[in-house]
Design a protein around this ligand. Sequence first.
Ligand code: ADP
Ligand code: ZN
Length: 206
Amino acid sequence: MVEEFAFDNTEERRKTRQNGGIGWIEVIVGSMFSGKSEELIRRLRRAQIARQKVQVFKPKIDDRYSIEQIASHSGMTHISKPVMTAAELMAQIEDDTQVVGIDEGQFFDMEIVEAVNKLARSGKRVIVAGLDQDYLGRPFEPMPQLLSVAEFITKTHAICVKCGNTANYSQRTSDSTARVEVGASDKYEARCRKCFVPHSDAPTVV
Ligand code: ADP
Ligand code: ZN
């Protein structure tokens, strides 16, 4: 199981901060199939068990599974609202919401960085999951920026389908050279550093 916080995983301290109205940002990053969505859903479920008000969002671009929910590759789901932009997300936030979950954070515009900072400043716990690298292994904005402003960071890993080692990369198996190419095991597989082969014909600028 992934540690909830890198250096502070006690429920008690978290609760104290929640009661004190102090918010914070948690970011979950890793390759495809590394368990980001599972980990996000796990944290959201625990918050709901603690009777905290939770709102969950995902970018409209990701139509992998049904639109009104986030879903893991292993079949875990959680209700969520699809939004186009960070501004649209902010417009839907309710005052008494205590926990804000965001999946597929890499598909948001850069305004998401200031948006989550603002939510945390207003006392909310914000949990963002997303890909930290694109299919060429390049940092996938805005995730690097979100990692910079987060209080707590979790890196998840998949299993390399070639050799069984720790996988840190999402290998694209289709021919597309678009940075955003939505798909699952039909278009991607998890690979370790040794087995990862970036597309040679890919553009260097997107
Ligand atoms: P992510 O959000 O990071 O893409 P998910 O949480 O949606 O990941 O899915 C994680 C699940 O994917 C795992 O629990 C496992 O059931 C499944 N899975 C499929 N391929 C792999 C792989 N190569 N390594 C690890 N898990 C995999
Ligand atoms: Zn490998």
